[in-house]
Design a binder for this molecule. Structure first.
Ligand code: DGL
Length: 280
């Protein structure tokens, strides 16, 4: 499975998530870095991570990175906000491969957008409880006001394939976003892989004065900066390879995943537990 013949710059970028939501990050990376080979892994057999304990999230994250290392990636992007919030230090202490998470880029964009105003953050229960986004924002601006609340129904609603103008989406967003409207936040961070799909509905609910921060786009920009700095941008003119692996039901991943990645979502393979737990 490895691409060991290729020069370091031409090795793939690996991206993983608890499921299909990380395809929002993969799409942002693929459209910003059109020449890069991308390997995506979605742990669809064990999603959601956002309701699991920190210990379990760390264990899953290590197994996910282990799986991806057999492709000899030049970089691993942790698209899952829950893993980025809870397991980045653990992953950095465990692996030598460069790792980029979504929390720091999202926090930077939020502070930039909010100016001296207030930042709102929504995400899974585990992400919000970890306080990782809150810490990242405070590290950048100690005086900034933050309102962070979990919005656990949103990821399953998106997984179910509901459109952004569906009445169920509207009702859930109205309830969840009311405290942020009441607090007059200036920027709202979409701190979960699934939420960029609802960006238009969130904008409609929050109004034009609020900047909606999409961690996916910010992370793609961070990936580009990293590769430019290290002179690791892929330089082959050929058509880039995009490969997708899931730990359960590639059919469902394909049909719903196209909402996240677009029609280019092909080449999806379901891996067996034996392959997944195989150690090099
Ligand atoms: N990928 C997760 C995140 O971004 C959302 C889904 C889950 O709970 O696993 O936090």
């Amino acid at each position: 499975m490895s691409d060991s013949n290729s020069s370091p710059a031409n090795r793939p970028i690996a991206i993983f998530d608890s499921g299909l939501g990380g395809l929002t990050v993969a799409r942002a990376v693929a459209s910003l870095l059109t020449r890069e080979n991308i390997i995506y892994f979605g742990d669809t057999a064990r999603v959601p991570y956002g309701t699991k304990s920190e210990r379990t999230i760390r264990r899953y994250a290590v197994e996910d990175v282990n799986f991806l290392l057999r492709f000899e990636p030049k970089l691993v992007v942790v698209a899952c906000n829950t893993v980025s919030a809870i397991a980045m230090d653990h992953l950095r202490g465990t692996f030598r491969v460069p790792l980029i998470g979504v929390v720091e880029p999202g926090a930077r964009a939020a502070v930039r957008a909010a100016g001296r105003g207030k930042v709102g953050i929504i995400g899974t229960e585990a992400t919000i409880a970890s306080g990782a986004y809150q810490r990242a924002v405070r590290n950048l601006d100690g005086g900034i006001e933050i309102l962070a609340l979990p919005t656990p129904l949103l990821a399953p609603i998106v997984e179910e394939g509901r459109e952004w103008d569906d009445p169920v989406v509207t009702a859930a967003l109205r309830g969840y976003l009311a405290p942020f409207r009441d607090a007059w936040v200036n920027a709202l961070v979409l701190g979960c892989t699934h939420y960029p799909v609802l960006k238009e509905a969130v904008r409609r609910e929050m109004g034009d004065e609020v900047t909606v921060v999409d961690s996916a786009e910010e992370t793609a920009a961070e990936v580009k900066r990293f590769l430019c700095d290290k002179e690791m941008l892929c330089d082959t003119p050929s058509f880039p390879q995009r490969r997708f692996f899931v730990s359960d039901s590639s059919q469902r991943f394909l049909s719903i995943g196209r909402r996240f990645f677009g029609a280019d979502l092909v080449n999806v393979r379901e891996i067996s537990p034996d392959e997944f737990f195989f150690q090099k």
